[in-house]
Write a protein of this length. Structure first.
Length: 270
């Protein structure tokens, strides 16, 4: 049985096809999926998916690259995270890919948003779903600063935990994430022929720190590249990870499912 640790079933490409998608998941032996929130405006829809379907769970957060949306405070994130079937804070992090004419100093709003998500994660003892793109140095620095790692005891709050989702960063970033006891999640990008560096990262990351995801509707794995992605395609990510590690897909399915349940504790509580 597989678990898709990151999908966007609230997005229009998928929400209109939900019955078909859930049936395809069943046939592909994808028993659970986590629906990721990217704005507060979509939170009720994302949460409704989790409340209405026993195989779905949800998160609460505002994607770092979303501008012109309602920005959450720590208290609001904490309040929403206490709803049933919410298993994580995020997705959150930093994304400098579309800087344009802006400077890094102009992106302080993103860094402040990330800090608030980290604080909410610690207050609720929920994991963080971290997105980082062209910003890994700042992502890691803020996570270490706000996550309680330096204090050891965490100033009375849990130390941050979570996953670097849809990982496409360097081996050094992977090592740094693992040093913080974070998980690393691989998407359909892992199956692309051009993703040679990522394949090396996947070989390196211990199996007990790996998750798999689709990030659907995006990044469909080979042989479906370029088509609309769905959670039913996550076994193709697992198959490629198995080939890279020289083990069976059943071993990858068992390990990544156990890892997902260990990280997102609410999945195993129902």
């Amino acid at each position: 049985m597989f678990i898709d640790s990151h999908c966007h079933l609230s997005f229009p490409e998928l929400s209109a096809r939900l019955p078909e998608i859930l049936e395809a998941m069943r046939q592909a032996r994808v028993g659970r999926a986590i629906c990721i929130c990217t704005t507060l405006e979509e939170f009720e829809q994302v949460h409704g998916l989790a409340m209405g379907h026993e195989q779905l769970w949800a998160t609460v957060g505002v994607h770092p690259d979303n501008e012109g949306v309602r920005d959450p405070g720590v208290a609001e994130l904490v309040e929403l995270a206490r709803r049933p079937r919410i298993v994580a804070i995020g997705e959150t992090g930093l994304d400098y890919y579309r800087l344009g004419a802006r400077t890094l100093a102009d992106m302080e709003w993103q860094r402040e948003r990330f800090r608030r998500h980290i604080q909410a994660g610690r207050q609720t003892d929920l994991p963080l779903v971290i997105h980082t793109r062209s910003a890994s140095d700042h992502t890691l620095a803020i996570l270490k600063e706000e996550g309680g790692f330096a204090s050891g005891a965490g100033n009375g709050q849990p130390v941050s935990r979570g996953v670097f989702h849809c990982f496409t960063e360097s081996m050094d970033v992977a090592r740094a994430a693992l040093d913080l006891d974070f998980y690393i999640s691989f998407s359909g990008i892992l199956t692309f022929k051009s993703a040679l560096d990522l394949k090396e990262v996947a070989r390196y990351v211990p199996l007990d720190r790996c998750l798999i995801e689709t990030d659907s509707p995006y990044l469909a794995p080979v042989p479906y590249r370029g088509k609309t992605n769905t959670p039913a395609l996550v076994p193709h990510v697992a198959q490629h990870l198995a080939e890279l590690k020289g083990i069976t897909v059943e071993q990858v399915a068992a390990a990544t499912s156990a890892n997902t349940l260990a990280l997102f504790r609410g999945l195993s509580a129902v």
